[in-house]
Design a protein. Structure first.
Length: 141
């Protein structure tokens, strides 16, 4: 085996990433990167949005998107606050996927309430036969 011409790290086939980290240690950064890309896409605008959410430098955020590094605890909390994808990924890595069910149920309940409000605002015409069904579809809390 020959040593690389530049740098101080061994090539990828020896289990190291380009930045010298062990590939097994890079799983956290990879998961964050995929969650960010699902949530915001892989654009410069997405990096700017994440930088505004976290207060992190844009270059740092681009490293998160590339999977080179993962965010610190403080930045991870800010990401989870703003991105359901990151929150879901974090809960899955922590083995707490069941908590996402409650979050999704609350989001579905809110969407149903908004839909009911929109339906109630629709104009009703006198020429339409009113329903004799007395079913009450009001949202209950």
């Amino acid at each position: 085996m020959s040593f690389p011409k530049k740098g101080k790290f061994f090539p990828n086939e020896n289990g190291y990433a380009e930045d010298g980290q062990d590939l097994a240690d890079n799983w956290f950064a990879d998961e964050i990167a995929s969650a960010l890309k699902r949530s915001l896409g892989n654009s410069r605008a997405g990096a700017k949005v994440v930088a505004s959410w976290t207060g992190a430098n844009e270059k740092t955020v681009k490293n998160w998107f590339a999977g080179r590094y993962g965010p610190s605890g403080e930045h991870l909390v800010a990401l989870a606050r703003h991105s359901d994808e990151v929150l879901g990924m974090f809960l899955a890595m922590a083995g707490r996927q069941g908590l996402m069910v409650g979050l999704k149920l609350a989001a579905a309940e809110q969407a149903i309430e908004e839909l009911l409000t929109a339906v109630r605002r629709l104009p009703t015409g006198d020429h339409i036969n009113p329903s004799h069904d007395e079913t009450d579809f009001t949202a209950r809390k």
